[in-house]
Design a protein around this ligand. Structure first.
Ligand code: CA
Length: 513
């Protein structure tokens, strides 16, 4: 779209917004829903019991309650599977190439751009952001914000409160819930609110709360069938990555080093759990595949311990809404900034267009509007969050937002013209995990992927119906020639519609070292 057209669209959007604002004031604040957007970091759908992973990794009763009382999204995708870019997409309703936040390495969020919290704030909502921000610049559009600097740490994290640095004693997930509830208690009860409660957990290095150490009784976890993936039948990128349990897992990941920020008293409890287990490891260090297995089990204990903390924090917020009789007209979201590999392909981390990383959990409850226990299998995205919340609040979304409101789906409708293809684009390279930049089109069944940087470029085609674990590239299989042509056309059309530039700006790949 040309710049002039974009300006016109923006002006029309603002005018429509102002019109709606004047019109909606007659409705009164009480009819507009409250919004609680709970966002976690790197929470895989495999680690929410409501998603029914066959490994049955963990019980998450509070998250399951959201699924039971609202809608579970089974194919909620992210347009760029890493932390900062996904957060920028949620706020702006735009892809990375439009909001300017491509990677975690050298980007700084332009807080001057339009975001859905700003529009809510301007229309009379009180707004707060508590927890992980990770967009470098200071938050804009919030009456109150209390964020972790950068990635944040798990124990006794420093935080920044409306610009002022503070330090707190405690475990990060508990503190984020504490401050969220404090803000909710102290809010102006005559106006609707937006709370964005954003957890650091279960991000690497996966340090659980002390009360969750040993939560699994030293269970040996069922392994994913691809734990020992040999990366055959695919291009070079899957072999070149640096995110495997075998080669990349660090001493901090393994808890051979104590986590940053932990104090002496906490360290005693921490050591009481890890020390005997680490000594047993040292006495007979596992080798080869057994080492991968040992790491997988340590990883699962720690990661799932973090998830238990998040689940409890969600439960506390839901309890508050019940106690204040706010549940009926509060739109509660739970989502993660992307999915995560829990040993599939031998990996942790994210970044890929492959399912475990592309798909994020999303649970939405709004008893006033959303049928309980419903499930959506449509291609939806965190890209749709901004427009959904704006529509729910009766605010016209700016025309240049690139997602689509999920409200019809949430009400149980099946819009005939819903998207049949989803555009994905990952940039950050080579650090930190050496995943080659790629873009592609995702449909119900297929993924067409172009690895376009970091080596000779090539295409791949995945068929999830025949190959659900994405272990085989069908791109050069003549039986797929027609499918390939159709996907290629659809991909080109999506790139044109979304205004993806032909040449990627070099800074999009991150800092050069
Ligand atoms: Ca993340």
């Amino acid at each position: 779209m040309s710049r002039i057209l974009r300006v016109v669209f923006h002006a029309v959007g603002v005018a429509a917004f102002l019109l709606l604002l004047t019109g909606s004031s007659a409705l009164g604040a009480s009819t507009r829903p409250n919004i609680v957007f709970i966002f976690s970091d790197d929470h895989a759908y495999q680690a929410i019991s409501a998603y029914g992973d066959p490994r049955k990794l963990v019980e998450t009763p509070h998250l399951d309650r959201l699924a039971r009382e609202g809608m579970r999204f089974d194919r909620c995708l992210v347009p760029n599977s890493i932390c900062g870019p996904s957060r920028a997409t949620v706020l702006t309703g735009k892809n990375s190439h439009q909001n300017g936040f491509y990677n975690n390495s050298n980007c700084r969020f332009d807080g001057g751009q339009t975001t859905f919290p700003k529009l809510l704030q301007a229309s009379g909502y009180q707004t707060a952001l508590i927890g992980k921000w990770h967009l470098v610049s200071e938050p804009t559009g919030f009456d109150e914000w209390r964020i972790l600097p950068g990635q944040g740490i798990y124990y006794n994290p420093p935080m920044i409160h409306n610009g002022k640095r503070e330090r707190h004693e405690g475990y990060v997930t508990d503190l984020i819930a504490d401050f969220s509830l404090q803000w909710l208690r102290e809010r102006d009860k005559s106006r609707p609110f937006l709370l964005m409660c954003q957890h650091k957990a279960p991000h690497r290095e996966w340090s659980p709360a002390l009360r969750h150490l040993g939560h699994d009784g030293d269970r040996r976890y069922p392994e994913p069938s691809t734990l020992f993936d040999d990366y055959a039948n695919r291009g070079a990128a899957v072999r070149e990555q640096d995110m495997s349990l075998r080669d990349t897992f660090s001493p901090l990941d393994a808890k051979f080093k104590s986590p940053p920020g932990i104090n002496e008293q906490q360290l005693r409890d921490w050591n009481a759990y890890y020390q005997p287990r680490n000594e047993s490891y040292e006495r007979s260090v596992p080798q080869g595949d057994d080492l991968v297995r040992w790491r997988y089990n340590r990883y699962m204990h720690d990661y799932l311990g973090c998830v238990k903390g998040v689940d409890e924090a969600v439960g506390r917020v839901l309890q508050f809404l019940d106690d204040e009789q706010l549940s009926e007209n509060t739109l509660v979201f739970y989502a993660s900034d992307q999915g995560f590999f829990l040993g599939e392909h031998g990996w942790f981390d994210k970044r890929w267009i492959f399912e475990e990383s592309l798909r994020t959990p999303m649970l939405v409850r709004w008893p006033a509007q959303v049928p309980a226990g419903s499930v959506s299998r449509q291609l939806t995205s965190v890209l749709d969050v901004a427009q959904t919340i704006l529509e729910a609040a009766g605010i016209a979304a700016p025309e240049d937002m690139q997602g689509r409101s999920l409200l019809p789906i949430l009400r149980g409708e099946s819009p005939q013209d819903w998207r049949t293809g989803f555009y994905y684009h990952y940039y950050e390279y080579p650090q930190p995990h050496h995943v080659r930049p790629h873009y592609g089109l995702v449909t119900d069944r297929y993924k067409l992927v172009h690895f376009f940087h970091g080596g000779p470029d090539y295409w791949e085609l995945y068929d999830r119906e025949k190959d659900p674990q994405e272990l085989r590239d069908f791109h050069s299989d003549p039986q797929y020639a027609e499918v390939l042509q159709a996907l290629r056309r659809q991909l080109d059309a999506e790139r044109a519609r979304l205004g993806v530039p032909d040449e990627t700006p070099p800074e999009a790949f991150g800092a050069t070292k």
